[in-house]
Design a protein around this ligand. Structure first.
Ligand SMILES: Cc1ncc(COP(=O)(O)O)c(C=O)c1O
Length: 610
């Protein structure tokens, strides 16, 4: 494909923009990344300029930052609620729908308040005592909202709940073990207690955190404990306190069909529990699990399909059971699905380092050897032949004791030969190309971009669980990418890198101008973020999107690099937009104090000045 045949639509496909959970990011005709939301478009470079003009040239105020868009939380809540409302109406479902937001997913005030503002009927879920205190404070004027208390409970937690219930809060307490059930009946009164039985969903689902389901789950009542808890509750007169049965199959469950089986399982349990005497049981809480499309490669309507799978799963089971029954009310505890879109990390590229010597004349004897290998590669008739030739090259290119000059020659030689190998791979593999270890090696990016950030602080799940986040350069997106780059941070840790790129599934292989694949017939994860023009990267920005769920919560201050500055973007009803400075980067002084070093008086942040 020639460079001029490249279109912006192709770039949209490559980066997954303008669709699914990246529907609010798109590319202008000038190749600039922009936000499009509520009918307004805002180019990133314009937004960055505005921030700079408002904050002068101080590092913490003009370099990398976290961009927060609370209106995307409203958007997600309305989308989720209308998905359930529509599906329930279509299927003539007679139960009610309700939702609570688990604050553990992002406890920041600028996340929790938009959730509450978006929907007056939304509740909150606490996983610890501290989270319950947070919830008490934000709901002090809206005590009727439902609060679900999950997580391990000690007597103090239960006494706090008792006190808050007396104060008018609407709290349901989950029971996860026989020990907790005993504490509850000992400490609380059956007159003022609402209970949730959290059970282990005995089934397998597919997804990264699917070990939250099944027998070995850390959470919920095992079947024998469930039966003992019911006996205890009945004996102590608490059976009518149970309003809800809860199951959670794990976060980010991408196999949406599995929610149908899960709903069937929960429905069976629900009716059986009612038959066992829990007459006030009226609701199934399906926990979280609603996935976010981090790769922009799932079907566009995950929420709708999720709602459908749950509602139909219940109805199918009701039909199986036979007799006409009042269907349960549905409750969900999605957090990732609500907050992930609402923040993104905007990383400034400080410099670009080249792995191979960019310009260097090889001595004549090496040019001859190079010619030889190039001829062999260009004579190859298949990819496996190319791989054989490459293996042959590797077997003869043994490391030797080298002078700096010969090492320089060698590096130039390898860089050039790899480029030739890529050219030949593109010649033979334009229709289909399956990556393997050799090929990934050949495609490994030649350029390292140093970003003014810490992966550990900005996108910790990438390091912890290799979670994928989409990364998009803010400029030159109209060009056929020149090459791919690695994005590394300024920590002294080799894990401080976020360079995974989802090569989308397309009819034939799409190559960057230097023959690195950027989309393939078999979609797959590869290393290297495509960039339009390498020379423009330094001083420009990359957006790490969909970081609004969990990343603020699990951030790590590795190397004493703390939070980036926070900037909030708000679109006004008049069709205007404004960016508000929320905070600068975390000060070194504060981070040092966390480590026990008091009195080090330094009024600066730890990120790089330019
Ligand atoms: C009980 C419970 N509810 C809700 C959630 C949130 O799930 P998600 O990350 O899918 O939004 C979790 C998280 O794992 C959970 O444990």
């Amino acid at each position: 494909m020639k460079a001029k045949e490249w279109t912006i639509d192709r770039s949209r496909v490559v980066y997954g923009l303008g669709k699914n959970d990246l529907h609010f990011l798109d590319i202008g005709n000038d190749g600039k990344l922009f936000i499009r939301f509520m009918g307004k478009t805002i180019a990133f470079d314009e937004l960055i300029r505005k921030i700079e003009s408002e904050n002068g040239s101080r590092t913490a105020y003009t370099s990398s930052f976290t961009l927060r868009m609370p209106q995307l939380i409203h958007y997600q809540i309305h989308k989720l609620k209308s998905a359930f409302t529509r599906v329930m109406a279509e299927l003539d479902y007679k139960g009610k729908f309700g939702a609570v937001y688990p604050v553990k997913v992002n406890q920041r005030k600028d996340c929790v308040i938009p959730v509450l503002q978006a929907d007056r009927s939304y509740g909150l879920e606490a996983g610890t005592k501290a989270e319950l205190y947070l919830i008490r404070s934000v709901l002090k004027d809206e005590k009727d909202r439902l609060i679900i208390c999950n997580g391990a409970k000690d007597p103090e937690y239960l006494r706090a709940i008792e006190e808050f219930v007396k104060d008018g809060y609407n709290i349901a307490i989950s029971i996860e073990s026989i020990h907790e059930a005993r504490l509850i009946v000992d400490i609380l009164s059956s007159q003022e207690t609402s209970l949730v039985l959290r059970i282990k969903p005995y089934l397998t689902v597919r997804g990264h955190w699917s070990h939250s389901a099944g027998r070995d789950s850390k959470f919920g009542l095992s079947i024998h404990d469930l039966l003992s808890v019911i006996d205890l509750l009945k004996k102590e007169g608490f059976e009518n306190c149970v309003t809800t049965v809860l199951g959670h199959v794990g976060s980010q469950i991408t196999a949406i069909e599995d929610f149908g089986r899960f709903a069937g399982f929960m429905t069976r349990v629900f009716y059986e529990l009612r038959e066992r005497g829990l007459k006030e049981l009226r609701r199934i809480d399906f926990g979280g699990g609603l996935p976010i499309d981090y790769t922009s490669s799932h079907s566009p309507n995950l929420m709708e399909r999720y709602a459908q799978a749950i509602v139909m799963g219940i109805l199918d089971e009701v039909k199986n059971i036979g007799s006409a029954r009042q269907p349960p009310d549905i409750m969900i505890e999605s957090g990732r699905g609500i907050t992930a879109l609402s923040s993104m990390v905007v990383v400034k590229a400080l410099e670009v380092r080249s792995v191979f010597p960019p310009e260097h004349e090889l001595p004549i004897h090496l040019l001859e050897v190079m010619e030889n290998w190039k001829n062999k590669l260009s004579d190859a008739a298949s990819i496996s032949e190319l791989a054989d030739i490459w293996n042959e090259y590797l077997s003869v290119a043994k490391p030797t004791t080298e002078t700096l000059e010969s090492l320089l020659d060698k590096e130039r030689f390898v860089g050039e030969l790899r480029a030739e190998m890529r050219r030949q791979l593109a010649r033979l593999g334009s229709k289909s190309l399956r990556s393997d270890r050799i090929l990934e090696n050949i495609w490994y990016p030649d350029h390292i971009v140093i970003g003014n950030f810490s992966v550990f602080n900005a996108a910790g799940d990438h390091v912890l669980v290799q979670q994928h986040f989409p990364i998009i350069p803010v400029r030159d997106l109209h060009l056929r990418p020149e090459t791919t780059v690695r994005l590394v941070d300024i920590t002294c840790d080799s894990d401080g890198e976020i360079s995974q790129f989802h090569r989308k599934g397309v009819g034939e292989v799409w190559f960057a101008r230097d023959n690195r694949p950027i989309a393939m017939p078999n979609a797959e994860m590869g290393l290297g973020i495509p960039v339009g023009s390498l020379k423009d990267v330094q001083g420009s920005y990359f957006v790490i999107a969909l970081t609004g769920a969990y990343q603020d919560v699990i951030e790590m201050n590795h190397n004493l690099l703390g939070d980036l500055p926070d900037v909030e973007l708000i679109l006004t009803p008049e069709g205007d937009w404004k960016v508000t400075w929320v905070s600068g980067a975390e000060a070194m002084e504060d981070i040092l104090e966390e480590m026990g070093y008091f009195g080090i008086d330094i009024d600066e942040d730890p990120y790089m000045s330019e």
